[in-house]
Ligand binder design. Structure first.
Ligand SMILES: O=C(NC/C=C/[C@H]1O[C@@H](n2cnc3cncnc32)[C@H](O)[C@@H]1O)c1cc([N+](=O)[O-])cc(O)c1O
Ligand SMILES: [Mg+2]
Length: 218
């Protein structure tokens, strides 16, 4: 039987990266994607922007939508403060299985909670299941048409607080036009754009950073 690209990516990590060394896991996935097979990880260039935003927020509690192989999960989790936690949602069982092993190879399993399921089903359950009050940081990198419905869901479930930072990948390529229009025009967000390039290519892409300001009503 032929392996899948996520399985080949995992094997590259297990062959090339040092166990327990998150930096080497990230470096080996980037090497695999630059030299062997492109994969939809945020990558090294946009990853550096992700790192700077995560470091600035220094989140005690972070949420990621769309784990895929766990590349950005590792980038975020390696920067969390002591006791910091990252909850990441992935509904594809095969991707979730690969991501678990990538996260373990990086030695970050104690600060990451990977939930196998859909954001639409799970966002409403995060408070009761994980004792979550609200998130300090949210990273959107799942299906692009889910960005807008899921940020509305996060608002409705009161999982955002004044100052929560929401960072969205791919707002240019593949693009999330309805999401961009919302966060850039809503009085509830202070939004800014970071121009970059699509992972492992020269195509233009960017990240949108949106700070939640809270609702205007009392
Ligand atoms: O399509 C892209 N990303 C979609 C990512 C999708 C990932 O999130 C999961 N998912 C989806 N809805 C979900 C809901 N709930 C949980 N997991 C979910 C999918 O099972 C997949 O693992 C993409 C495409 C390009 N590109 O160049 O084409 C570049 C990128 O950086 C990208 O992120
Ligand atoms: Mg992406």
């Amino acid at each position: 039987t032929h392996s899948s690209r996520p399985q080949r990516l995992l094997r590259a990590v297990q062959k090339g990266a040092v166990r327990g060394d998150a930096r080497s896991v990230v470096a080996n996935i980037d090497r695999f994607c630059h030299h062997s097979e492109w994969a939809m990880n945020i990558g090294d260039e946009k990853g550096a922007i992700l790192d700077s935003v995560v470091s600035e927020v220094n989140p005690a509690l972070a949420l990621e939508l769309g784990t895929y192989c766990g590349y950005s999960t590792v980038r975020i989790a390696r920067l969390l403060p002591p006791g910091g936690r990252l909850i990441t949602l992935e509904f594809n069982p095969e991707y979730a299985a690969v991501a678990r092993q990538v996260i373990e190879w990086a030695g970050l399993e104690d600060s990451v909670q990977l939930v196998e399921g859909g954001s639409g089903d799970w966002i409403p359950q995060l408070k009761e299941h994980f004792g979550v009050q609200s998130f300090d940081f949210v990273f959107l990198d799942h299906w692009k048409e889910r960005y807008l419905p899921d940020i509305h869901l996060l608002e409705e479930c009161e999982l955002l607080r004044k100052g929560t930072v929401v960072l969205a990948d791919n707002v240019v390529c593949p693009g999330a036009p309805d999401y961009l229009a919302y966060v850039r025009n809503s009085p509830a967000y202070q939004s800014s754009y970071f121009q970059s390039h699509l992972e492992y290519t020269k195509a233009v892409d960017g990240l949108e950073k949106s700070v939640y300001l809270g609702t205007t009503d009392a």
